[in-house]
Write a protein that binds this ligand. Sequence first.
Ligand code: DAH
Length: 333
Amino acid sequence: MAEIAELTAQKESEIEELRIRLMGKKGEITQLFDDFRNVLPEQKRELGQVLNTLKVAASQKIDELREVLEQNPGESSSAYDLTKPGDLVELGGRHPISVTRDEILSIFNKFGYVLAEGPEIEDDWHVFGALNFPPEHPARDMQDTFFITSGDNPVLLRTHTSSVQVRAMEKMKLPIRIVCPGRVFRNEAISARAHCIFHQVEGLYIDKKVSFADLKQAVLLFAREMFGEETQIRLRPSYFPFTEPSAEVDVSCNICKGKGCNICKGTGWLEIMGCGMVDPNVLEANGIDSTQYTGFAFGMGIERIAMLKWQVKDLRHYFENDIRFLKEFDTVI
Ligand code: DAH
């Protein structure tokens, strides 16, 4: 026992060595406990007490040594060894979705669009009502979402960044020329082509005499900046409750240059966004005189643009944060 009291150790590694020597699987005290089985019954009581006291003393000693070391790390402590080489800190990179978002925004910035943002947790009015989706309208089916409350104007997770258009019309002075990036949510089963969380960039331009030709020009200039000088666009008629007329925009496939490949499924075209002239109902619902003002809007999925840019085939990669995937992109800050 007196020997235990005199034990010393300065470093954490020495203390650990001592603990193993005394109380590890094959330690001296552990061994004594093993031998205890062979002790004569009449000696068991007395010896048992001695062994237990020994064990308690040893573990108290170890705790004590650790405490002393903690309070007074001293020069010999490995935690303060200034001659040791430092830990290597790996430099991170930006996520491909952030890189793509910033590229889209900087293109529209050059065209004079300013940044606008809105909340991800929205109400029905801003996501649907003010955008000309009456209650029970079938167009709502394509954007099923996660409802937080029920009632007349339920709170929900926004399904598109078009809700930011509404917020901008409510508080900005005309003319309005904005781009709105952000995260959106839909009640979708997760697969290579769909996810319940994704990102969009929305655009809105409202002024006197804004025409469909202006919309086409804006989209063409964007497509050429994003996908290259030779890019062609085509507009296919489509439907959105908040625009009339509405169109889907395709760009000529930048892989096969329009000849047809497996990326564009042999068509030579890739769909990149929806767009249209803001429906007069939407302008009026937001207090803008539709006899004086017109406007266009467009919306695109950032994941989709990034997939086309880098030929990523599975949407899920963007959300898994697998370092092997992220390292594929030359995005070091
Ligand atoms: N909000 C639409 C969606 O998520 C995309 C969209 C289409 C936005 C046309 C627009 C637009 O502003 O004009 O499917």
